[in-house]
Design a protein around this ligand. Structure first.
Ligand SMILES: NS(=O)(=O)c1cc(-c2ccccc2)cc(-c2ccccc2)c1
Ligand SMILES: [Zn+2]
Length: 263
């Protein structure tokens, strides 16, 4: 599709010109405001199936010009949701080196350093992700807040390879590992709402599950994300740093965000 950016003339306030859904309803991300949250006792712990990938498995780490993403095999899936949702990829949103505030969702206005998204598609109803991406029950994305703190060995299993994906369309192969290690301990504490892709074309096709508790990575690991990547191709004369790739919180319209926890 057309080019879009996170600021400037093709920034998020202009996305709806080429991508009409971006100006529509049920948009993501949102701010989780305590007074607008509703506890729902039926929200069960998220069940991860086949997340512990063999090191014989090869995953593709790539720079798509807007984020760095890791491909995931479709036998990895979520259970316990209305449908079986198979994994497709995970990717990140972050701030800049001296502004470690780059999460998309916020909690009572607090923005975290970064946010990881694990994208899954409804494999019970759709044969592949391309047919699922624009359907209202097509996608389920897990969101994980990331803060700067302790070194996180699980993230280093692929972060140490981002130097091979510095420029747009560069890819490297990464050995499989236990993707569960990237998630917070409590899979039973999360925010839940109906929303959209946070990038164009902004299809309102995402069942969002954002975990309550952040994970930590070290400042060095955060800088690997926030200083190593460019949105431009390797051969371009003026490299464009890939920074601040987060959309701001959107209007709730008449949506309510549910929570699986009470205090
Ligand atoms: N942030 S997100 O989770 O809503 C998201 C999901 C998907 C996505 C991926 C596979 C299938 C279907 C949807 C792609 C992106 C994306 C990020 C950067 C550049 C372009 C696209 C972002
Ligand atoms: Zn995302």
């Amino acid at each position: 599709g057309g080019k879009w950016t996170y600021d400037g003339p093709d920034g998020e306030h202009h996305w709806s010109r080429n991508y009409p859904y971006c100006g529509g309803t049920f948009q993501s991300p949102i701010n989780f405001q305590p007074e607008l949250l509703r506890f729902d006792p039926d929200l069960l712990p998220i069940q991860l199936q086949n997340y512990n990938l063999s090191s014989k498995e090869q995953l593709t780490l790539s720079n798509n010009g807007h984020s760095v993403q890791l491909s995931l095999p479709s036998r990895m899936h979520l259970a316990g949701l209305p449908y079986r949702y198979s994994a497709a990829q995970l990717h990140f949103h972050w701030g800049s080196s001296n502004m470690p505030i780059g999460s998309e969702h916020t909690i009572n206005g607090k923005q975290f350093a970064a946010e990881m998204h694990l994208v899954h598609f409804n494999s019970a109803k759709y044969p592949n992700i391309s047919l699922a991406v624009d359907k209202s029950d097509g996608l389920a994305v897990l969101g994980v807040f990331i803060e700067v703190g302790e070194f996180n060995p699980a993230f280093d299993q692929f972060l140490k390879y981002v130097k091979g994906t510095k420029y747009k369309d560069q890819k490297v192969q990464v050995a499989g590992f236990n993707i569960r290690e990237l998630l917070p301990a409590r899979l039973d504490e999360y925010y839940r709402y109906d929303g959209s892709l946070t990038t164009p074309p902004c299809y309102p096709s995402v069942l969002w599950t954002v975990f309550r508790n952040p994970v930590s990575i070290s400042r060095g690991q955060y800088l690997a994300l926030a200083t190593a990547l460019f949105s431009s191709h390797a051969q371009e004369s003026s490299p464009v740093p890939l920074l601040g790739n987060y959309r701001k919180p959107q209007l709730m319209d008449n949506r309510v965000a549910l929570v699986s926890f009470q205090q």
